[in-house]
Structures are given as structure tokens and as C-alpha cells.
Write a protein that binds this ligand. Structure first.
Ligand code: SF4
Ligand code: SF4
Length: 102
């Protein structure tokens, strides 16, 4: 059975869209104790779907990196796209992308 290595962060640093439902956005805002209006972690993508913003380096807005140990600032309320994702098929090229970035 697939088990995510929680502090690996490879999929969180890849520049793909991470879609968020309205309900998930409410939970994230509540978790962060901010109003949805003042919440800057989300915006709509080209197709008009709500997504998590990216940092300048294209990593997820909510990823933290402390000396190579990654952690998600909203782990408890991360969207389904993250919690249901399994990287088995993608791990090789995710690693290649991470090496290429360095
Ligand atoms: S799903 Fe895979 S790539 Fe993503 S953090 Fe977990 S182990 Fe790393
Ligand atoms: S929300 Fe959290 S789990 Fe999802 S990509 Fe961002 S840092 Fe990773």
C-alpha cells in the first residue's frame, strides 16, 4: 500500500496546478484563522478553477523548507488533490525535475 513520506515535498515543489473546491477553501481559511476575502493563498487558473497559488520559484504557496525538510503549512486541511495523490507513477520524473532545479 502506498505511503507518503510526509516531509519529502517532491510533488509540492512541482509547478502543476493544485485545484481546491470552495468547501476546501473554507476549511483552509478557517484553519489559518483568516477570512476568505483576505486569504491570498488561492487564485483562479486559466480555466477559471480555484487553485493554490505558487511562490516565485513555482513551489506550492504552503510548502515550507527547513534545511531540506519539507512540511505543509495546511497539512491537516490540505485539499483532496494532495491527500489522495500517490506518486508511484511519477516519482522518477519528480526526482529528475528536483535535480534539474538545483
Ligand atoms: S506523495 Fe510522493 S512525492 Fe509527494 S510528498 Fe508524498 S512521497 Fe513525496
Ligand atoms: S497544499 Fe500542502 S500538501 Fe498540497 S501541494 Fe501544497 S504543501 Fe503540498
Amino acid at each position: 500500500m502506498f505511503e507518503c513520506r510526509r516531509n519529502c515535498g517532491l510533488c509540492c515543489t512541482f509547478p502543476w496546478d493544485i485545484k481546491v473546491t470552495d468547501e476546501e477553501a473554507d476549511k483552509i481559511a478557517e484553519f489559518l484563522k483568516v477570512s476568505k476575502e483576505s486569504f491570498c493563498g488561492l487564485s483562479k487558473n486559466r480555466e477559471g478553477l480555484l487553485c493554490i497559488n505558487k511562490k516565485e520559484n513555482k513551489e506550492c504557496f504552503f510548502i515550507e523548507n527547513k534545511d531540506g525538510v519539507f512540511s505543509c503549512k495546511i497539512y491537516e486541511v490540505r485539499p483532496g488533490e494532495c491527500s489522495k495523490y500517490t506518486c508511484e507513477k511519477d516519482i522518477k520524473w519528480l526526482k529528475r525535475y528536483a535535480e534539474f532545479k538545483e
